[in-house]
Design a protein around this ligand. Structure first.
Ligand code: NAP
Length: 247
């Protein structure tokens, strides 16, 4: 599996799972565009770590909840690297709260970032990939999008929406050697889950047959599997990386 000559854009590449995906893509030889929203220093560190692996890497600030910013992001990456082979829609947030008391702005922000962001980055990237007649698009869903979780109705809706987007786009783009797939992580140790109360973490652990949380690197390996040229015949699929949680 070599991705030499490929250019990858990872949204939310500054931290957590996104950073691990950037590094795994770099290990396979892809040039990496590291997107971030606010953490410029962390994004620079990711890019530096990619360059240390021998590939070109650069950071691109863009708030993916803004559709105009998504098109500008893809245009900037194309301008800098000349092509775009791999898009990883990883940027995401969770604004948890019970259905009956959750605020409308939290719902809107969650859907705008997690679903609208992936939709508009995919739309912009597809235009480039269709012309190239090649592309690999990977979206981060979640076990919560497949199974639901109390206190996460907005997040679950956004991650279930990702699955519809992936399946429809997979059918639309298949004829141009563009695949679209989803990775659905379970409980992964990142900043997103670090803020959960210890009781919630312990409760979650008991639902994982493997008995432990996953690492960002374990998710990255699944994303990079879909990103490989050799994965050409796999599209519209959802791969759970969850220690057996969703079985
Ligand atoms: P994280 O550690 O909180 O990192 C989130 C990343 O998304 C950061 O790089 C952040 O950029 C970026 N981001 C957030 N809002 C953005 C925006 N509007 N525009 C551009 N970038 C934005 O999260 P994570 O745990 O690595 O999660 C990564 C993905 O996996 C998410 O889609 C998440 O829903 C999904 N996932 C995670 C888990 C888990 O257990 N951790 C489970 C299932 C699915 P800044 O650094 O600039 O803020």
């Amino acid at each position: 599996m070599s991705m030499e000559g490929n250019v990858a854009l990872v949204t939310g590449g500054s931290r957590g799972i996104g950073r691990a995906i950037c590094l795994e893509l770099a290990r396979q030889g892809a040039a990496v565009a590291v997107n971030y929203a606010g953490s410029s220093q962390a994004a620079e560190e990711t890019a530096e770590q990619c360059r240390a692996l021998g590939v070109e890497a650069e950071v691109f600030q863009a708030d993916v909840s803004d559709p105009a910013a998504c098109s500008a992001l893809v245009a900037a990456v194309k301008e800098r690297f000349g092509r775009l082979d791999i898009l990883v829609n990883n940027a995401g947030i969770s604004r948890d709260g019970l259905l009956m008391t959750a605020k409308e702005e939290d719902f809107t922000q969650t859907l705008d970032t997690n679903l609208k962001g992936a939709y508009f980055c995919t739309k912009a990237a597809a235009k480039v990939m269709v012309r190239q007649k090649y592309g690999r698009i990977i979206c981060l869903s979640s076990v919560v999008g497949l199974r639901g979780n109390p206190g996460q109705t907005a997040y679950a809706a956004s991650k279930a929406g990702i699955l519809g987007l992936v399946k429809a786009a997979a059918k639309e783009l298949a004829g141009r050697d563009i695949t679209v797939n989803a990775v659905a992580p379970g409980y992964i140790e990142t900043d997103m889950t670090a803020v959960l109360p210890d009781k919630a973490k312990e409760a979650m652990r008991t639902t994982i047959p493997k008995g432990r949380p996953g690492s960002p690197e374990e998710v990255a390996r699944a994303a990079v599997f879909f990103a490989a040229p050799e994965s050409a015949y796999i599209t519209g699929q959802v791969l759970c990386v969850d220690g057996g949680m969703a079985v």
